[in-house]
Write a protein that binds this ligand. Sequence first.
Ligand code: FAD
Length: 471
Amino acid sequence: APVILWLRRDFRLHDNPALAAAAQDGRPVIPVFIEDEVVETLGAAPRWRLALAAQCFARTLEGIGSKLVVRRGRARDVLRDLVRECGADTVHHSRAYERAARDRDREVGEALAAEGCALRGFEGHLLFEPGSVRTGQGGSYKVFTPYWKKVQERDPGMPVGAPGQLKAPQAWPETGEVDVARLGAGMRRGRDVVAPWLTVGAEAAADRLHDFVENRMDRYETARDWPAVDGTSGLSENLTYGEISIRSCWMAGQRALDEGRSGAATFLKELAWREFSYHILHHFPALRDENWRGEWDAFPWSRDARSEAFTAWCRGRTGVPFVDAAMRELYVTGRMHNRARMITASYLTKHLMTDWRLGERWFADCLVDWDPANNALGWQWVAGSGPDASPFFRIFNPQTQLKRFDPQGAYTARWIAETSAAPGRDALAYFDAIPRAWGMDPAAPYPDPVISLAEGRDRALEAYRGRKRAD
Ligand code: FAD
């Protein structure tokens, strides 16, 4: 009987345990991608980027004598039909950890069991299964530093090799093509604006890792903080769709560390933050929806998605250059520098006193590297409601941050057209990307601040003290 390989966020041949195990015993393998109920709930940019990942992987599979079967519908129904059609007795997949995917996978497991077919989950998305990293007393870590210490003692094992060939079934089940246009239709901004910024596919991801290790790793420690500098790996986009394995990244970091390369330890630590996000998500599946610290439930955040302040933030029109540059970078590239993510999230939740969940959703709609665990933890960390979070009263001043991390103004000049006599290509690209309804014009004056930084800060601290008094 053939094995079905159900691909979701693991579009690679190398170090893909679910795929390697399917290929191992010489049975025919039927790779499947389903435009299912979880895919439909994704934000516009990640849904489109996922389609590109699947489309690229379909070509890779053809190169090893296989094919990607593409279907649309509820995963449970699609897989049940497919099992009946091809007589498979096993479906392999790499485990997913966010709530919607876990619910879906449980439902699929039950439906397949009724057909006498097993659903087998494999590791592959993470270094360590979330929940498996435990304190000496067997508890779960709530603070990153001890978690990081523990993770360093563990060995994630060696990557598994890529099969040279996947055995084809005697007859391929009926299939469609990955519908990139349909899956990308929700992009409010022009796909052709964002597309040039993408690095799609396993080959490109491997090159990216190599290039980072060779050319940027040594400066990573400091350059990673400068938003105008290409100082980081850029791998989040590929990690999100499994175009590169986290173990490959970890091994590259370890090798560099052994060679005494500076930057390697910090890079490994950042990879561990990704692990930590999934670790927290595992223990708190509501991470996207609920304050990890329940005492924040009563905080008087604005929840109005139509408010003037939130709209200005989304559109990059707050009148605060660092914030606006970052929000425009997000809109044009589908990415945002880490420091800029911290600044924009802090500004929204503190100066604009807006619920972090609104920001989380906007990012989830716009980021091509959207990750359910990293994004939610990032937001809760900045807002102060998360585990091991930055305290609420530590409010980033975007102007001071700008002086420190973009002293020449290169980042703001790159993304804000209105303040420049001769705006560059990227700043103008923003105006090509935005919907007409936003009514913005590169020739119009740069907006005044939505609220003065001092006033916004005082208001946030006042609300914070009020909450403390109420506790
Ligand atoms: P590098 O600096 O090269 O780091 C290598 C890898 O380590 C990254 O690809 C990522 O997988 C991991 N990593 C780095 N920093 C972090 C971090 N702070 N937390 C968790 N993992 C990290 N990351 C996402 O992948 N998807 C998101 O949706 C996301 N949303 C975020 C939202 C907010 C509000 C904040 C503050 C951070 C968010 N991050 C998110 C984390 C971080 O900003 C990105 O991982 C990083 O900017 C990606 O760029 P890079 O791949 O060049 O990172």
